[in-house]
Ligand binder design. Structure first.
Ligand code: XUL
Ligand code: CO
Length: 435
């Protein structure tokens, strides 16, 4: 390839905390040790192929605004040019990972057989690029929501042939992820939900989704894929009601279908907001159940009520997200995938670089603040103190007794507890010293 979209843009380097509008990392030095681990290994950044290279700038009111050398995305020639440019960007950013859907990588020829052949070809090519640039695959996934065939769902589709097409598609994407040494495989149920109960049998759909996910796990073991299988919660959009509403709903679903030791969660900031939660809430729910797999780091607009997929830029929020991740031991197979896209007026190659390098800096800043809070121990101490009563023999043994015995004890000892302050404000002031 002679000409790159990113020609003339130098690799982003750590420049220290200087104030200027020049490109460079202010907070992300990949080699900095934080809690005994290199920052790069703590954060495990990934670029999302779909937002950065496949999305063309459309919104519900207008078509594409972005013009790229790999448009239109309907031929293998352009798929190769897209891959060349993607890896040019990866070498500028130096992030260790990327993620893809099948449709981001190859054109859609409209039938399974041809799509399988082009996926195989393009993943051979991408494998060579990964080798030469040194970028690894955090996760692969299947896009089973854009094409009209998926409009009534994939594994939850009332038509068994659609279920079959979905199963074949996931098999092909899991094979491709395995071939590229992916560290996880993600299933986001974009159309696994419903528009109206007037035409929907909830029981059948959930049972089919549970069986489908079990087949994915069985196949993973059959081919010896060592990565994690992750599901990604989201409450609505595109479906009015999506089955994987939030972390708690997914955990209940995984337990019901016997998958709690096989499948973990890929949690996304924007999806947490759509579910009426904070990102830290979703992460804390998952880590409390040892089910956090990976995160899709982005930022949702708090007013608009739809999935805006902006790059993160709120240090206190990001810090609390990483606080819960590191407190639970940090990422193992997972990482920080920027499931985020430019605004549609941000046309330039430089915008893509600035969006990612800024986001990497925000995350580094947040993670370092989180690590400092953990090392200081202030929040942990406050929680230990708040629950200290549960360390006594009397309290512990109460959990093995019964309501009658507890009632007798309350009467005999005349138990009449005095409420204690939750001290929320002082804890908020404490956090503010770190962020
Ligand atoms: C959609 C979303 C997806 C998944 C992968 O909201 O987050 O990009 O992360 O299919
Ligand atoms: Co996502």
């Amino acid at each position: 390839m002679t000409h790159s979209f990113f020609d003339g843009i130098a690799p982003v380097k750590f420049v220290g905390n200087e104030i200027s509008d020049a490109s460079g990392f202010r907070h992300y030095d990949p080699n900095e040790l934080v809690m005994g681990k290199r920052l790069e290994d703590q954060l495990r950044f990934a670029v999302a192929y779909w937002h950065s290279f496949a999305w063309e700038g459309g919104d519900p009111f207008g078509g594409p605004t972005l013009e790229r050398p790999w448009h239109p995305q309907d031929s293998m020639e352009n798929a190769w040019i897209k891959a060349d440019n993607a890896f040019d960007m990866f070498s500028i950013l130096g992030q260790p990972y990327f993620c893809w859907h099948d449709v981001d990588l190859r054109p859609d020829q409209g039938n399974f057989k041809d799509n399988l052949a082009t996926l195989d070809k393009i993943t051979d090519y991408v494998g060579e690029k990964m080798e030469s640039v040194g970028t690894k695959l955090l996760w692969g996934t299947a896009n089973m929501f854009s094409h009209r065939r998926w409009m009534s769902g994939a594994s939850t589709n009332p038509d068994p042939d659609m279920f079959a097409f979905a199963a074949a598609t996931v098999k092909s994407c899991l094979d491709a992820t395995h071939k590229l040494n992916g560290e996880n495989y993600v299933l986001w149920g974009g159309r696994e939900g419903y528009e109206t109960l007037l035409n929907t049998d909830l029981g059948i759909e959930l049972d089919h989704m549970g069986r489908f996910l079990n087949m994915v796990v069985e196949y993973k073991h059959k081919i010896g894929f060592k990565g994690s299988i992750l599901v990604e919660p989201k409450p609505q959009e595109p479906s009015k009601h999506q089955y994987d509403y939030d972390a708690a709903t997914c955990i209940g679903f995984l337990r019901k279908y016997g998958l709690e030791n096989e499948v973990k969660l890929n949690l996304e900031q924007g999806h947490a907001i759509l579910a009426g939660h904070s990102f830290e809430h979703e992460i804390a729910v998952a880590t409390a159940e040892n089910m956090l797999g990976s995160i899709d780091m982005n930022r949702n607009d708090y007013q608009s009520g739809w999935d805006t997929d902006q790059f993160p830029n709120n240090v206190p929020e990001v810090a609390m997200a990483y606080y819960h991740i590191i407190k639970a031991g940090g990422f193992t197979t997972g990482g920080t995938n920027f499931d985020a896209k430019l605004r549609r007026q941000s046309l330039d190659a430089q915008d893509l670089i600035d969006a990612h390098s800024g986001a990497m800096d925000i995350c580094a800043r947040g993670l370092k603040a989180a690590a400092a809070m953990i090392q200081d121990g202030g929040l942990e101490n406050a929680i230990t103190k708040r629950y200290a009563g549960w360390q006594t023999v009397e309290a512990i043994s109460m959990l093995d007794s019964d309501l009658g015995a507890i009632c007798d004890r309350v009467l005999t000892k005349d138990i009449n507890p005095t409420p204690l302050s939750g001290r929320q404000e002082v804890l908020e002031n404490y956090v503010n010293q770190f962020v």
